[in-house]
Design a protein around this ligand. Structure first.
Ligand code: HEC
Length: 207
């Protein structure tokens, strides 16, 4: 290898370096304008989404679950009849059925509290007053001694809201003319879920 060849190699290397530096410099010149004042990806949107998700999470925690009306709208009386086995020791269900430890429950929905003829209720039950609404039955069956303190009904209660709804659906069926079911309120988010009307700017056709 002679010095001429070495020179060629050195020149080639130098040229390469120069070209690289040149391209770098050139891209800087070309793309300098492209440096963005703000982030190209709008992170605020993602943050807003995250905040919304957070808000939903926390509201989900305090949400109370379906209402009695909602549960009743899907409850099955035959499921309730199965659960009614727990009540049969003290209650009959048929029209004109006899009173046992507790009163016969035919036509119980809408009936006056302590209103069944021929049964001697506790003073507490007579004092409670009003008729048996779905809500009242739900409260009573959750824990009888909470809704009517000093009641004669010694029954711990049904803890599961779905079980109570089933049994209330069954109690409702113990009638020639079952009472209407409560209206289910349409939840707000469903009611307002209409798509927002977007304003589309009119196309500029003037020339
Ligand atoms: C250990 C016996 C016993 C069991 C079990 C029992 N009850 Fe009772 N129930 C009673 C008695 C006694 C009363 C009267 C309460 C009073 O006078 O305070 C009563 C009252 C009621 C009343 C109010 C009746 C009215 O005319 O005002 C309803 C409704 C009722 N029971 C439903 C049920 C249901 C549903 C079950 C089963 C989930 C059940 N009971 C289980 C003894 C019982």
């Amino acid at each position: 290898m002679n010095s001429f060849e070495i020179n060629k190699i050195v020149m080639a290397l130098l040229l390469t370096v120069l070209v690289i530096i040149g391209i770098n410099g050139l891209t800087e010149v070309i793309f300098e304008e492209e440096k963005l004042a703000s982030n190209a990806y709008p992170i605020e949107v993602a943050e807003a989404d995250a905040e919304a998700a957070d808000a939903q999470d926390s509201s989900a925690v305090i949400e109370e679950g379906p209402s009695l009306a909602q549960l009743l709208s899907v409850a099955s009386a035959s499921d309730g009849e199965a659960i009614f086995k727990k009540c049969k020791a003290c209650h009959t269900q048929d029209m004109g059925g006899k009173n046992l430890v507790g009163p016969n429950l035919w036509n119980i929905v809408g009936r006056a509290k302590g209103g069944h003829e021929g049964f001697s209720f506790s003073d507490a039950m007579y004092a409670k007053g009003g008729n048996w609404t779905y809500e009242d039955l739900d409260h009573f069956l959750t824990k009888p001694s909470d809704f009517v303190p000093k009641t004669k009904m010694s029954f711990a209660g049904l803890k599961k809201a779905t079980d109570r709804a089933s049994i209330i659906a069954f109690l409702r069926s113990l009638s020639d003319a079952p009472a209407d079911l409560p209206m289910v309120e349409i939840s707000e988010d469903v009611a307002t879920e209409e798509a927002p009307v977007e304003e589309v700017p009119a196309a500029d056709t003037a020339e």
